[in-house]
Every structure is written in structure tokens, then in C-alpha cells.
Design a binder for this molecule. Structure first.
Ligand code: F6R
Length: 261
């Protein structure tokens, strides 16, 4: 894992957006894994700007989102399909048929989860998985005790996650208590993982995710097992990391980041 600390949320988000843009420029038919949530809004806003002003091309890109609420149709403003259309898909030249989210409306969500993993495999796997970390330590909606080898399936959301996300619903009480999420094992199969974590409210969980022991109680610790994972954060989220100087030294000296410094 590499940890890149930028002073502000804006600078961290910009760096993450540049990583995604370069991936798309290098491989136009990239298979992207996508996340939703507040942190990603700035990332998508930057990708939309790059599309409009710099011609960033999504025409051959294929996307797979991490998760979707159970029971929310795509036109429900709380659904992640709605979020993605609103923040990204509706503003770039992506082919809607190439955008995929787990099916939260499936009659048999477990079978649909298996089909989702199979579809990812059919596309050759995810080239670059973008993700955030929730206050419960989740990646996707892999709440505490999610198995490290778990696959796309239905998970019950923790009270902490409900408290984190209910305010995003017009009527907070309408937030579903279940979601379909890629498993930790599904996420770990991506060729590369790019995490974006910002704000003091994430400092505690982020320090555990990066520097704590690997445990299924904090799914994000599984990222320590990934061979090509970069976590980009701001000073707020980095506040409780003990090895900040070391991470900075790596960033300054690793040639792969020369163009990002
Ligand atoms: C959403 C997702 C979640 C979020 C996490 C952080 O698709 O997978 O793991 O990334 O809950 O959410 P925010 O950015 O709202 O703090």
C-alpha cells in the first residue's frame, strides 16, 4: 500500500482524479470500479470537468459500482444508480449499456450477486477500483465481520452506516437497512485500487485501516493485502497516522509519482 497525503481535500481529490484520467488515457476501454458517497462527489465533478474541457474520453469505458441499496428502483433519488447518473454518467460520453450496478431490485438478490461477479469476470476484471472508507471501516458496504473472501451479496447495514448515510435521503427514515455489495474478495481481485479518504471524521478509522492489524472487523484493513493499492487522503484524515513522514518520503522518491508532485 502507498499512502499519499495532500494538505487539503481539494488537492487529494484532484490527485485521485488525475490518476483516473491517466488510466483512461492509457487504456480507453478501462474497466473502472466506482464508489458513491460524499467523498466521490468532488472526484466525479473533476472527471466531468476534464471531459468537458480536456476531452477526457469515456466512450469505451466500462464501469461496475461497488454497491446498491436493496429495494430502491433506479429513479429513486436515494439509489446509487440515480447518484451515478446525476454525478457522472449523465455528464460524460459513457455508453449507458457499459455502466453496471448491483441489482437491488432483483427477486433473488443472492443469485444476482453471483451474476454480477461473473459479469465482472466476463469483462476481464476491474482495472482500477475507486473506493472510499465508511466510518464503520467498510469498503463498499462490507460491514464489520465481512469475510475477506466474500463475494457480491446482500449485507445488513450497521447503525453507524445508517447514521452516516440517512441524512442523504430526503426522508432519512427511508434509508434501506440492506444493500447489495461487492465482497471484500471481489474488491481485492481488482488490478489496482485507489482509495480516497478525507476529513477529520475519518482519521480514526483511516489510521486503523492503514496501520492497524488486518481484521474482518474493519474491512478496509484488507486493502493492506492488495499488491497495488494507493490511498490518497487529506491532512484531516491523515491526522492519526503515525508514519506520515515515511509516506511523504515514499511519495517524493518513487518515480511513479514524479508527474503528480
Ligand atoms: C459507496 C461506498 C461506501 C462509501 C463510504 C464513504 O458506494 O462504497 O463504502 O465509499 O461509506 O462514504 P462517504 O464518502 O459519504 O463518507
Amino acid at each position: 500500500m502507498q499512502v499519499i497525503i495532500r494538505e487539503t481535500k481539494e488537492a487529494a481529490t484532484e490527485l485521485a482524479a488525475q490518476v483516473v484520467a491517466r488510466q483512461l488515457a492509457r487504456k480507453p476501454n478501462t474497466v473502472l470500479g466506482l464508489a458513491t458517497g460524499r467523498t466521490m462527489e468532488g472526484l466525479y465533478a473533476r472527471l466531468v470537468r476534464m471531459h468537458r474541457e480536456e476531452g477526457l474520453d469515456f466512450s469505451l469505458a466500462v464501469t461496475f459500482n461497488l454497491d446498491e441499496y436493496v429495494g430502491l428502483p433506479p429513479d429513486n433519488p436515494g439509489s446509487y444508480r440515480y447518484y451515478m447518473n446525476h454525478h457522472l454518467f449523465g455528464h460524460v460520453n459513457i455508453d449507458g449499456r457499459n455502466t453496471h450496478l448491483p441489482d437491488g431490485m432483483a427477486a433473488d438478490p443472492e443469485a444476482a450477486g453471483g451474476a454480477y461477479d461473473a459479469l465482472i469476470k466476463d469483462h476481464g476484471g476491474i482495472d482500477l477500483q475507486i473506493l472510499g472508507i465508511g466510518k464503520s471501516g467498510h469498503i463498499g458496504f462490507n460491514e464489520p465481520l465481512s469475510a475477506m473472501f466474500s463475494r457480491t451479496r446482500v449485507k445488513a447495514l450497521t447503525p453507524q452506516t445508517v447514521a452516516q448515510n440517512a441524512p442523504l435521503f430526503p426522508r432519512p427514515e427511508d434509508m434501506p437497512r440492506l444493500a447489495v455489495t461487492m465482497g471484500v474478495g471481489t474488491i481485492l481481485e481488482a488490478d489496482r485500487v485507489l482509495g480516497l479518504v478525507t476529513g477529520d471524521s475519518k482519521a480514526e478509522v483511516f489510521a486503523k485501516a492503514v496501520e492497524g492489524p488486518v481484521t474482518s472487523m474493519i474491512s478496509a484493513t484488507a486493502l493492506q493485502l492488495h499488491a497495488n493499492c494507493t490511498m490518497v487522503c487529506d491532512a484531516g484524515a491523515a491526522a492519526l497516522l503515525t508514519q506520515r513522514d515515511y509516506y511523504g518520503w515514499i511519495f517524493e522518491n518513487d518515480p511513479q509519482w514524479a508527474d503528480f508532485r
